[in-house]
Design a protein around this ligand. Structure first.
Ligand code: GDP
Ligand code: IMO
Ligand code: MG
Length: 431
C-alpha cells in the first residue's frame, strides 16, 4: 500500500487540514511528523469547525488511527484540551496516540520563546509564542524531556529538576524575570501524565507494523516548506523540517516507504510573522484577499500578510519536496478580482533572478504576468470543465510552469467544495 505525504508548499495555512481530512477517509493511519501546537489546521464539516493544533487531521473519521509522531513536540496541556474539545463535539478520540520519543513542551519553553522575542525587538521572528523553538533547542542540546519520561516519575523528577535549575539561571540572570517554582510544575505535569499515559505508544514499531500489514498511511505536515529550518527563508522559519525529508526523521521510517508526495498551495500566498515575502500586496487588494479568504491565524488570530502566487518559490518547494501531485486551494477567494498576477521571476538590484535564492532579501521584488479575472463565484462548481475559461487559463499556466499535474482544486472550506481535476490519479491514490 502506498504511503502518502501531505506537505504545505508556502508559508503555512495552505489548507492542509482540510485536505488531510478529505484524504483521511480512505486511510488507516494519519501521522504528524514535526512541529507542535504552533499549527492550526481547520476542518469544516457541515457547519462544524474544528481547529486542530497537535492532533492529526484524520481524527474526524473514527476509523482512522491518529499518531502524534516522534518528531513532534507536544505541549500536554494543549493536547489534553484538544482531546476534551473534540470529545465535547462528539468526536471519538480513542484512536489518538502519542509517540514515546516525542519531546515535551514545558512552561519554561513558552516563557523563553516570549522573552527572547521581546529582547530581539525588531529582529524578532514573530513566533507563535508556543515554546516550539526552545523545545527543539533542548532536544538538540540533549537536555529535553520526552513523553516516555512521563511514564517514570522518578526519572521525570530528576530531569525536570535539572532543567528548571538550569532555566532559572537564564530566566533570572539574562532576562531578569522571576524564577519558576519546581514543585508546582512537577505536580501539574504528573496530573497530565495520569490523563495521557494510556495513549503513549512506541510509534516507530506501530508504524513499521502498519506498513508491513499493508495499511494506508498518510503523513500530515505542519507549517510548510518555506518555514523549514534548513530550506526555508532562514532565520524567519520554524524550528523543524516540514519538508518531505522530515517524514523519515520524524517517524523513523526509511525513505522507500513513501510513494506519493502531495503538495498543497494556495492560489495566492500568505505569511504570518516576519520575514521576506517578495509578492506581498501592500494595498487594498491585499485587504480584499484577507477578508474574502478569512486570512487570520487559526492559532494566534493574527492577520495574515497576503500576496500573489509566487511561482519561483513554488517551483523551489516542489523541487525540494519531490512533489508529484499538486493541490491548489482557495481558488474561490480570487473570484472577485479584475486582474490576477502571477510572479514568474524576481528582480533584485536591477537583475532578474529565476531561482529561489538562499539569501532571499527583504528588497527582492516579484516580476508578474497579468491574468484577467473570471469575476464569477466558483465555490459551488464540482467539475473542472464547468470552471470559467479565465480560471482554467490561470490553472493551466501554473501546471505548465511547474510541469506538474494538479490533482485537485479546492473552492471552499467545506469538505465537499472540491474539483477533482485528475480523477484517474486521485482514485488510484485514494480509493
Ligand atoms: P492549514 O494550517 O494549512 O491547515 O490551514 P488553516 O486551517 O490554518 O487555514 C486555511 C483556512 O482556509 C481555513 O480557515 C480553511 O477552512 C480555509 N480553506 C481551506 N480551503 C479553502 C478553500 O478552498 N476556499 C476557502 N475559501 N477557504 C478554504
Ligand atoms: P500551520 O501548520 C503559519 C510561523 C510563525 C513564525 C514562524 C516561527 O497552521 O500551517 P514558531 O512558533 O514556529 O517558532 O514561529 O513560523 N508559523 C506558522 N505560520 N502556519 C503555521 O502552521 C505556522 N507555524 C509557525 O508565525 O513566523
Ligand atoms: Mg494553519
Amino acid at each position: 500500500m502506498p504511503s502518502n505525504v501531505i506537505v504545505g508548499l508556502q508559508w503555512g495555512d495552505e489548507g492542509k487540514g482540510k485536505i488531510t481530512d478529505l484524504l483521511s477517509k480512505n486511510s488507516d493511519y494519519v501521522i504528524r511528523y514535526q512541529g507542535g501546537n504552533n499549527s492550526g489546521h481547520s476542518i469544516h464539516v457541515k457547519n462544524h469547525r474544528f481547529i486542530l493544533h497537535l492532533i492529526p487531521s484524520g481524527v474526524i473519521y473514527s476509523n482512522v488511527k491518529c499518531i502524534v509522531g516522534p518528531g513532534v513536540v507536544v505541549d500536554p496541556q494543549s493536547f489534553i484540551k484538544e482531546i476534551q474539545d473534540l470529545e465535547s463535539m462528539n468526536i471519538d478520540t480513542s484512536k489518538v496516540f502519542l509517540a514515546k520519543r516525542a519531546h515535551i513542551t514545558m512552561p519554561y519553553h513558552r516563557l523563553l520563546d516570549k522573552y527572547q522575542e521581546e529582547i530581539l525587538e525588531d529582529q524578532s521572528i514573530g513566533t507563535t509564542h508556543r515554546g516550539i523553538g526552545p523545545t527543539y533547542e533542548d532536544k538538540t542540546a540533549r537536555m529535553g524531556i520526552r513523553v516516555l519520561d512521563l511514564l517514570n516519575f522518578k526519572n521525570f523528577y530528576q530531569k525536570l529538576k535539572y532543567n528548571i535549575d538550569f532555566k532559572n539561571e537564564i530566566i533570572t540572570k539574562v532576562y531578569k524575570k522571576e524564577p519558576l517554582v519546581f514543585e508546582s510544575i512537577y505536580e501539574e505535569y504528573i496530573e497530565y501524565a495520569k490523563i495521557i499515559y494510556n495513549r503513549i505508544i512506541d510509534a516507530v514499531h506501530e508504524i513499521h507494523d502498519a506498513f508491513h500489514n499493508k495499511k494506508k498511511i498518510l503523513f500530515e505536515g505542519a507549517q510548510a516548506m518555506l518555514l523549514d529550518i534548513n530550506y526555508g527563508t532562514y532565520p524567519y522559519v520554524t524550528t523543524s523540517s516540514p519538508s518531505t525529508g522530515g517524514v523519515c526523521i520524524g517517524t523513523g521510517i526509511p525513505p522507500n516507504f513513501l510513494e506519493n508526495f502531495i503538495g498543497v498551495a494556495k492560489a495566492y500566498c500568505t505569511r504570518v510573522g516576519f520575514g521576506p515575502f517578495p509578492t506581498e500586496i501592500n494595498n487594498e487588494i491585499g485587504d480584499v484577499i484577507r477578508q474574502k479568504g478569512n486570512e487570520y491565524g487559526a492559532t494566534t488570530k493574527r492577520p495574515r500578510r497576503c500576496g500573489w502566487l509566487d511561482l519561483i518559490a513554488l517551483k523551489y518547494s516542489c523541487m525540494i519536496n519531490g512533489i508529484n501531485y499538486l493541490i491548489i486551494t482557495k481558488l474561490d477567494v480570487l473570484s472577485e478580482l479584475k486582474t490576477i498576477k502571477l510572479c514568474v521571476e524576481y528582480k533584485y538590484n536591477g537583475q532578474i533572478i529565476k531561482c529561489f535564492p538562499a539569501n532571499i532579501e527583504q528588497g527582492i521584488q516579484g516580476v508578474y504576468m497579468d491574468f484577467p479575472g473570471w469575476e464569477k463565484d466558483i465555490s459551488h462548481i464540482h467539475e473542472y470543465e464547468d470552471l470559467p475559461e479565465n480560471c482554467k487559463k490561470y490553472i493551466k499556466f501554473i501546471e505548465d510552469y511547474l510541469n506538474l499535474e494538479i490533482l485537485l482544486v479546492s473552492v471552499g472550506s467545506e469538505r465537499n467544495q472540491n474539483i477533482i481535476k485528475n480523477k484517474y490519479s486521485f482514485f488510484k491514490i485514494f480509493a
